[in-house]
Design a binder for this molecule. Structure first.
Ligand code: UN1
Length: 496
């Protein structure tokens, strides 16, 4: 067998070894015999080198006209499109999600790239009249400098692109630390950026563990923006670390997303929605459906139909086009998921399908868990409240819409929610009163599009949004410019 490829850090346009002299293996969670590659186990010195390179590159990149920055970004989008299949295959090998979904992940990166390339010819500010004669008022966006990105393993290319593309088009430079489990997708993304003409130092990648690299990625004084997607626990620490020096900080954290099924819902559609929302990406999306609540009159019918469908899901290696659900990302995550299943049982929820590791044959090579559903989940249970991040769904019951909305909001998180109903009044009432950043009617809790803001309320976020034009607000500061061409001193707000 040929030895696995060694991947390096990208610093100042050069592929370099870590100064630690150490590397680590990245293995396929569906088949741990498959080594995706050997990656750099970087240290604080590597991060410093990357930040220094980004600081130097910023001096020129910020002055490149935004439409010209956009031209490079368009080329990156075209290349991602051309290489989509190979990128997606490798992503399935390192992350485990099925090939249809990694194609979707790559597509999301392509969409974001083209969207932000177009922003190069917009980046709109405003012009507005002055209250004084012969004076001109306008606003412009200015970049901040070096941005630090700590990205997750569940969307190995989409999420790094959500952060990178708006940052780049605004004129910032970047250091990315990808999740330990999914460095290949970020390295591939960076390679394409470099090969398509992004100047050296504008985008740098340092691979390795968050425990070692977290501090240097956040505390270096040259870092002006930190953008993080991951757990609320780590997000809180990052927020505190950024607060001292007033760094811009954009956090996308946990979710406990709910699907509401009314008694008038198209039940077949609602079952389709729950199946995809709960077990798509093995439940490892921030937007995953973790709770479904049903009107008492249809809960039995809905539950029976969903259980049938969940039992029939084909679980396995996502490179097989017929597989519908892949493994958990790693052994620890599988243990967490199995732990929650035990908690659910002890709390008195009714396990109605799944609940076990998948073993035997090829399953022994990966971290597989059965699609799992609990019925009779109530609001006092931990499996109602806590994010599980695995293929575990809890079903609860309600009597009326008011109660459903109260239950939907009974969570510390606020990312995504959905309602299945044929009644427009109920749909709009829930849309108004469920306090989340994303809301769907007759669609599952997953599936956000890149040109709408993405993010959540409460402990899911800190008030910022990714994606869409509003993402530009994270990566730029407004400058209000006043040009007085009267030739005399004019004093606003001073009478006469
Ligand atoms: C995430 O789960 O972290 O809306 C991102 C969705 C995807 C993105 C999910 N487009 O489900």
């Amino acid at each position: 067998m040929s030895s696995p490829k060694v991947f390096k850090n990208l610093i100042n346009g050069e592929w370099v070894d870590s100064k630690s002299g150490q590397t680590y293996e990245n293995r396929n969670p569906a088949d741990t015999n498959d080594v995706v590659g050997i990656f750099q186990k970087s240290n604080a010195d590597d991060v410093k080198d990357a930040i220094d390179a980004a600081s130097e590159a910023y001096k020129k990149w910020r002055l490149v006209p935004a439409p010209k920055r956009g031209e490079i970004i368009y080329r990156i989008g075209a290349r991602l499109t051309q290489d989509k299949e190979a990128l997606s295959q490798m992503m399935t090998r390192e992350m485990g999600k099925i090939i249809a979904e990694t194609r979707g992940d790559t597509q999301e990166a392509i969409d974001m790239t083209f969207y932000m390339a177009g922003e190069g010819r917009r980046l709109f500010g405003m012009t507005t009249p002055s209250e004084m004669p012969n004076k001109f008022n306008m606003t412009i966006r200015q970049p901040l400098g070096v941005c630090s990105f700590i990205t997750p393993w569940n969307f190995p290319m989409a999420i790094p692109s959500w952060k990178s593309m708006p940052a780049l088009i605004c004129g910032n430079t970047i250091v990315i630390k990808p999740a330990t489990e999914t460095p290949a997708s970020v390295v591939n993304f960076a390679r394409i950026c470099q090969e398509e003409g992004l100047p050296p130092g504008v985008l740098n990648v340092v691979t390795g563990s968050g425990a070692t690299l977290g501090d240097p990625m956040i505390n270096n004084s040259a870092i002006k923006v930190v953008s993080f997607t991951g757990s609320t626990e780590i997000g809180r620490k990052i927020s505190e670390a950024c607060a001292t020096n007033f760094k811009h900080c954009c956090l996308e954290m946990g979710g406990k997303n709910i699907q509401i099924v009314m008694d008038d819902a198209n039940l077949e559609l609602a079952v389709d929605g729950a199946l995809w929302g709960a077990f798509g990406t093995t439940g490892q999306r921030c937007t995953a459906t973790s709770r479904v609540i049903c009107h008492k009159d249809i809960v039995k019918k809905f539950t029976n139909a969903l259980v049938e469908r969940a039992k029939a899901l084909k679980v396995g290696n996502g490179l097989d086009e017929t597989v519908q659900m892949g493994p958990c990302i790693n052994a620890a995550q599988r243990e967490t998921v199995l732990g929650y299943i035990e908690i659910g049982k002890k709390e008195g929820a009714k396990l109605i399908t799944g609940g076990e590791k998948l073993t035997g044959g090829d399953y022994d090579k990966g971290y597989f868990v059965q699609p799992t559903i609990f019925a009779e989940v109530t609001q006092d249970m931990r499996i109602w409240k806590e994010e599980i991040f695995g293929p575990v769904l809890g079903i609860g019951v309600f009597d009326n819409l008011d109660q459903a909305i109260e239950m939907a909001n009974d969570t510390p998180y606020g990312l995504s929610a959905s309602i299945f109903t044929q009644d427009v009044n109920k749909a709009y009432t829930a849309m108004r009163d469920v306090y989340t950043g994303i809301f769907y009617v007759n669609a599952p809790t997953i599936g956000a599009e890149t040109h709408l803001p993405f993010g959540g309320t409460k402990e899911t976020g800190n008030g910022h949004r990714e994606a869409s034009a509003v993402a530009l607000d994270v990566f730029s500061e407004w400058k209000s410019c006043y040009v007085d061409f009267s030739g005399s001193l004019q004093r606003p707000q001073i009478d006469n």
